[in-house]
Design a binder for this molecule. Structure first.
Ligand SMILES: Cc1ncc(C[n+]2csc(CCOP(=O)(O)OP(=O)(O)O)c2C)c(N)n1
Length: 611
């Protein structure tokens, strides 16, 4: 059936049995491509029927659809003219893993970070009304993304707006891990019969008390329970904040969803449609362990995802934290819905009372750890670099202003590869450097990360440790000097050029040095360790000898480490290697490093030319 479908108009022509067949074909195609390219699997398997119903009922040629996070937009891509390119998903030059307005006219808003869809959709709806246009605006948001502050702020505003806006809540009871907060408990009540039964009882009890006719009405209540379930119960929440609530509806029943979409036609103002889906639907392994298949690398379809057994920086941080927490009972760990991704699972198991998953709420998490630090705890908050962007003001206003001892572990710093623009962590060195009272470190390898974590916990002032996605590179360091505040480390002495690497780029500096030395160019290599404060003394001593300074970082050039060094060291020839001041698209890290002249060959060539 997928062979016959390319565009939404093709989907509209299908009868219900054909749509079901299409759903099955789409699942096969997604499994086939994601098992090869990696990507977000479970969320897409869960949203197949919902997307078919959406594309089939609405006119997505003009009706705006905004996918929250956008990781679940693969089905939509398959049905909106991108089927033939689908095998290039997340590859260099291929289609992106998230909606991209520059990729298709059917993508109405770029997403990647959570909880933005309702705000964007409300903006579009208000624009439509002011410009006297006619189309639907639909935000598709998961129950995980709904826990983000922005989504709740947007619901609050949308509720009173009276703008015609449709929010489709794709409720699969999961964020990446299980949702835990109060909102998810509320949704569970809506979902299950429990609330209905107990409210039904309450209603009967109330009605029974009405003189003369109460008992008779009470008997009839049983008969109209479905009506009550749909009309009265949900009004208690969503309708009170201004939405018309429809549902819950089975998100794997295309007909039922199309039917409920039809019912929106005569409703004005904001509407929330509650759709129940199963994450990972149709692939046994993903249904059983949806968290494992939320985002995945390539894997063998028949046996499922196997652990590579390879250590990565997140796991090294998590293991070390478990060890340190044994000795220091004041250590607590906080995550914004990224327990597994940030390597905190063993900490969560070992110290459940000292572990807090606040759901997709980076801003809240950062101010909460400030409160914890204020009262004498030692909070460690691992957070992906690109998601930390959300909490910039909280780092400034709540952590750094008060010099509170919070350890921010900036995970996935640098270029992340296949997830592209929204997920690259290329700005953290720039924005963290601007904050007074902040100290920033970056380790050259796993051992240095462990040493830095130990140092940071003892430091008792705001401090960030940034490290990349994945594991160490091929270059292995043998020596690990003690970490001292603001001190860099001279790894190799030389006399013609100084190469100053930071974090994972220290290994790159050593690789480039090896190439240059083959041409009899003598290289001094310094591991910066601290991006703030910059070790001006050691760098100055080195360039007094060599007269040429090269910096290498996996951050944007704009405001990054290299620019910081340039501003601190006067009268010196400096060349900065960094990513350009651009949003860097998806591809593998080696491909992108090649494109932007950051691999060892390119850096070697450029230095040689200059020398
Ligand atoms: C600001 C931000 N924080 C964290 C993430 C990582 N993340 C991507 S999807 C996701 C879970 C989303 O859950 P839900 O909205 O329920 O969608 P589902 O995958 O369950 O369909 C998280 C935490 C993100 N994309 N953006």
């Amino acid at each position: 059936m997928l062979n016959k479908v390319n565009m939404p108009s093709d989907v509209k022509k299908l009868n219900i049995d054909e749509k079901k067949e299409l759903a099955s074909d789409i699942r096969k195609e997604i499994l086939n491509v994601v098992s090869k390219n990696g990507g977000h699997l479970a969320s897409n398997l869960g949203i197949v029927e919902l997307t078919i119903a959406l594309v089939s009922y609405f006119n997505v040629e003009k009706d705006r659809v905004v996918f929250d996070v956008g990781h679940q937009s693969y089905v939509y891509k398959l049905l909106t003219g991108r089927k033939n390119k689908f095998s290039t998903l997340r590859k260099f030059g291929g289609i992106a893993g998230f909606p991209r307005t520059d990729e298709s006219k059917f993508d109405y808003f770029d997403t990647g970070h959570s909880s933005t869809s309702i705000s964007a959709a409300l903006g579009m709806a208000r624009a439509r009304d002011l410009l006297n246009k006619k189309y639907n605006v639909i935000a598709v948001i998961g129950d995980g993304a709904l826990t983000g502050g922005m989504a709740l702020e947007a619901l609050n505003d949308a509720g009173i707006s009276r703008s015609r806006l449709i929010v489709i809540l794709n409720d699969n009871e999961m964020s990446i891990s299980k949702n835990t907060g109060g909102l998810s408990q509320f949704l569970t009540k809506l979902r299950t019969k429990k609330l209905y039964v107990s409210s039904n009882k309450k209603i009967k009890k109330f009605v029974n008390k009405i003189p003369f006719i109460g008992k008779r009405i009470s008997k009839r209540i049983g008969k109209i329970k479905n009506g009550i379930k749909e009309m009265i119960i949900p009004k208690m929440y969503f309708e009170n904040i201004g939405f018309t609530y429809l549902g819950p509806v089975d998100g794997h029943n295309i007909e039922a969803m199309e039917d409920i979409f039809r019912r929106t036609e005569n409703i004005d103002g904001p509407i929330l449609i509650h759709v129940l889906t199963k994450k990972g639907k149709g692939y046994k392994f993903a249904e059983e362990e949806p968290n494992k298949y939320h985002a995945t690398g390539a894997f063998d379809l028949t046996v499922g995802k196997q652990s590579s057994g390879k250590l990565d920086y997140s796991a090294v941080m998590g293991n070390k934290l478990v060890e340190l927490a044994r000795e220091d009972k004041r250590i607590v760990a906080v995550t914004a819905a990224m327990e597994e991704g940030t390597g905190l699972s063993s900490f969560a198991k070992k110290y459940p009372k000292r572990f807090f998953d606040v759901e997709i709420a980076e801003q809240h998490a950062l101010t909460m750890v400030a409160g914890m630090a204020r009262e004498g705890l030692k909070p460690v908050i691992p957070i992906y670099s690109s998601f930390l962007q959300r909490g910039f003001d909280q780092v400034v206003h709540d952590i750094c202003l008060q010099k509170l001892g919070v350890v921010i572990c900036v995970d996935r710093a640098g270029c992340v590869g296949a997830d592209g623009e929204t997920h690259n962590g290329l700005l953290d060195l720039s924005y963290l450097r601007t904050i007074p009272n902040m100290t920033i470190m970056a380790p050259k390898d796993f051992i240095e990360l462990e040493d830095m974590l130990e140092f940071a916990i003892k430091y008792d002032k705001p401090i960030a440790i940034r490290y990349p996605r994945g594991g160490e590179g091929e270059y292995k360091f043998t020596k690990h000097n003690k970490i001292m505040l603001g001190k860099s480390e001279v790894i190799k002495e030389g006399s013609d050029v100084t190469i100053l690497g930071i974090g994972k780029m220290t290994a790159r500096a050593m690789e480039v040095a090896e190439l240059l030395e083959q041409d009899n160019i003598s290289v001094e290599v310094i591991n910066a360790r601290f991006a703030k404060p910059i070790d001006i003394k050691t760098i100055t001593e080195s360039i007094n000898k060599t007269k040429l300074l090269v910096t290498i970082e996996d951050n944007s050039i704009s405001g990054g480490f290299g620019e910081g060094v340039k501003a601190s060291i006067r009268n010196c020839n400096i060349i900065n290697f960094a990513y350009p001041d651009k949003f860097i698209k998806h591809g593998s890290v080696p491909e992108l490093e090649e494109k932007y002249g950051l691999n060892k060959e390119a850096i070697y060539k450029k230095i040689k030319e200059i020398i």
